[in-house]
Design a protein around this ligand. Sequence first.
Ligand code: NAD
Length: 480
Amino acid sequence: MARLLINGEFRNSSSGEISWIRNPANTDEKVDSVPVATVDDAKEAIESAKEGFEKWAKISPPKKGAILLKIAEVLRNNCEELSILLTKEHGKTLSESRKEIKKAANRLTFYAGLAPQISGRVSLLEGLKKYFTVIKEPYGVTAGILPWNVPVTKFVAYIAPALAAGNSVIVKPASTAPLTLLKIGEVLTHLNLLPKGVLNIVVGPGNTVGEELVRNSEVSKIVFTGSTESGMKVSSLAGRHFKHVSLELGGSDPMIVCEDADIDKAVKAAVISRFRMAGQVCMAVKRIFLHESVYESFREKLVKEVSKITVGNGLDPRVSMGPLHNREQLEEIEGQVEDALNKGGTVLTGGMKPKGKEFQKGYFYLPTVIEQPSLNSRVMMEETFGPVLPLNPFSTIEEAIELANSSVFGLTGSVWTRDLKKAHMIMEELQVGTVWVNNRHESITEAPFGGVKKSGIGREFGKEGLEEFLKTKTIVINNE
Ligand code: NAD
């Protein structure tokens, strides 16, 4: 059985309650059990992180960087074992799990390099008689509330900059995908890489353990990644307690394909961007707008490319798309597709669970392309967190921009054109945090990532990701 990690010790829940993590590809298969933490466990983790912060503060920034490098090595050295566990608990393919873990290791390396570079500034008011300095300080105890879709990515997006900035961390993974993170915590603890209490991992319900982390006065900074609905709750609770909060939320990310685009490249990018991890990626392409002159050829090539995707158990090397992560996710997707069909959409491929005995015990859904669902259908209005791609035509750039921006979300978007002027016009107008031009939707460690509108507040990755974990203090010196 996996254990919580509090104050460098592996613990059961104070209530003794456990839950089983099952393989989404075959729900008869129990992967492991995990303790269900209580509010008291969360409070203990907070106390532990308070002590951990004091110890971490005594370690110099270069040494902190060196420790982050060692954590990166741990991920690389244990990549295979961790990837198998991640695939079993999440459902994504083994190759997707390996990529996630290797990229996470590279991200730790990036923040290891930034740890010794944290600096402030000095401004002279009257020479050395009177001046002020601006210094950057860690918050202290921080908490990261994480989703199930990319557990290792989000774990590292939180702990790497938080630790580099000098904070202690409390990780609350999603209850349905905590095992890989607990395993990483276990390996790091056995290697004694971090002082006790610097890294804590508690698995428990959002409305008890999660809310305690947000509410507790000892926690100074909250990082939340998840749905916009839960983000609103976290944000309002954090607001009541004057907590600094970063929110990485959902998206309904548009892709605009102009008449002069390289259609073959755009189709390949659309397929990777929409169907990897069975479409359960915040920055995935979720709505495609095609210039009417390329609509037919794009549609034909897209359907051909999508038909090459092999659905199945992510551990099978022949499989390119695993199941959805849980029953709610599958039912949500089925409901969104049904709604799209009721509102004028036509299924070009997919639109159902795959047939066959091997799919019966898992949350499988075929990669699906839907033509011209109404603009007020759920797939066009909501976040579609699964392998469903709606296509709609446009005739002018202004129309494409209006369609792309007609969403409450503003996470990412992309534009495909060979015309630089057109690309500039669209990238300036899109109401999103990241725009890719002739590039598939992918996050880059060195570049800031985050949303506008209902997709979030704050940025992760890049130097901006580090800034999220630093407070600013101004000191005015009068030497007269
Ligand atoms: P979710 O909102 O259901 O849960 C996320 C986390 O919040 C879990 O750990 C959950 O236990 C916790 N939680 C839920 N209610 C809470 C509350 N009231 N107080 C404190 N914690 C609470 O989201 P999910 O289904 O796990 O993840 C999928 C969502 O995450 C999608 O919407 C996806 O777009 C989003 N996401 C966004 C990004 C990004 O960077 N923008 C990245 C990954 C996932």
